[in-house]
Ligand binder design. Sequence first.
Ligand SMILES: Cc1cc2nc3c(=O)[nH]c(=O)nc-3n(C[C@H](O)[C@H](O)[C@H](O)COP(=O)(O)OP(=O)(O)OC[C@H]3O[C@@H](n4cnc5c(N)ncnc54)[C@H](O)[C@@H]3O)c2cc1C
Ligand code: SF4
Length: 489
Amino acid sequence: MGKPTGFLEYERSLPKDRTPEERICDWNEIHTHFDVEKLKIQGARCMNCGVPFCHTGDIVGNYAIGCPLHNLIPEWNDLVYRGDMDEAYRRLSMTNNFPEFTGRVCPALCEGSCTLGMNDLPVTVRNIECHIIDTAFENGKVTPRIPKKSTEKRVAIIGSGPAGLACADSLNQMGHKVTVFERSDRAGGLLMYGIPNMKLDKKIVQRRIDLMTDEGVVFKLSTEVGKNYPAVRLISDYDAVVICTGAANPRPLTVEGSDLNGVHFAVEYLSKTTKSLLDSGLKDHNYIDAKDKNVVIIGGGDTGNDCVGTAIRQGSKSVVQLEIMPEPPHERQPQNPWPEWPIVKKVDYGQEESISKFGRDPRIYETTVTKIEGDEKGAVKAVHTTGVKRVFDEKGMRFENIKGSEKILDADLVLIAMGFLGPETELLKHLTLEMTKRTNIQADEKDHKTSVRGIFAAGDCRRGQSLVVWAIKEGRDAAKAVDDYLSTY
Ligand SMILES: Cc1cc2nc3c(=O)[nH]c(=O)nc-3n(C[C@H](O)[C@H](O)[C@H](O)COP(=O)(O)OP(=O)(O)OC[C@H]3O[C@@H](n4cnc5c(N)ncnc54)[C@H](O)[C@@H]3O)c2cc1C
Ligand code: SF4
């Protein structure tokens, strides 16, 4: 513990994001970095707790608390305070394959359970993590680690999101020959085509893919297993297969008018924008354009927020985000105590930008869609909504429409961001895998084995729609399970 009284002397402080007015004019990352002296002060706030809840990664009540990767947070906070950034990087990379991703996009479960959060603001763990890895890259400390031994065992990984990448990286370091099959033209899964560039610059994703390629991982891009690469061939050609295909099956909107022109799923909208940005700086116009349009986003969560930020950068006329749930409280409630994840209202970057550009938060709570209206050409024209009341009864939670609260919103573009219903099932049928009741792949949380011998599953396709940090954790755990399997089969 660098400074025993640091938490008493210093306040939590983060580097200021670029202003909304500046950042909506480009697609660059919104965050900036502290200088190292300010970062040391933030590291000094860590109390090096006897029981550091920040790195537990346990489930308490219904919530995960602390870092699922069990990052050695108090240790690197102390090292940062002492100015030993090289050792901090070494400790960080022991538990996290890709801190440059989590340091940018993780909601920071660690901070939600930091002991300081009981009566003060938590340590700025995520920012410190990002600074450690970015400094390591800048100083040339992150270089290809070529495995010293080869087991000659061949492992195929389907899907190159954070779960597939973490699994591939770990197995490669264990000496196995790893091939990652990816149907997109670029690797990275939702890190590449999903999370927008302003939150995670795609150069940072590509830098890691290039590093892994130099280390011996083979990426077969534009290769969809089950379509242009037979699934059965995979089983005969490889010693083990790990499915990391994500939970790409979006929850559909089932009201009248959902099939009109101008109604799209959020990930299609976000990924086409990123692809066009990377391919041509948006000059090819191969994306769904919100310019001069009234945009209605159905879903008040993080994906919806990414759509808000993207639509504003494209020059939308207005943006509204509809949310069926009630507005969260501004402070932790007694039924949601520390160290649980705090369920509080946050204003994310897209919503901040809407406030700056349109003078209001785009979210409308306790509202659902009853119909989408089209014009004579079959294009969306308006969204009909109603207010709802949340009711709990013996059957669980349901929503009742409130009479007289109906509204009609002008809309030229409707984006559906209502979550996901598990993995696409085509490939899974080819492989005759068992599924859970919640339409995820049936595989044990510890050994990641599916119902078919030699086939493993990790990430959102197994646990359902989740977070990058959980996908990395699943990929690492699956790699250990595959290694065990290969040493005995
Ligand atoms: C818009 C959006 C924003 C998000 N923002 C955040 C955030 O800020 N922070 C956070 O922690 N989490 C965020 N998430 C969640 C996070 O991105 C996911 O939990 C995580 O990416 C899941 O990782 P994965 O590897 O399991 O799957 P994915 O990242 O979904 O990757 C699966 C990959 O498999 C490929 N694939 C599928 N089928 C096949 C096949 N048959 N053959 C070959 N390839 C195939 C897909 O093309 C894809 O590349 C966000 C999600 C979305 C949708
Ligand atoms: S819980 Fe907070 S104060 Fe305690 S060790 Fe972790 S980061 Fe430091």
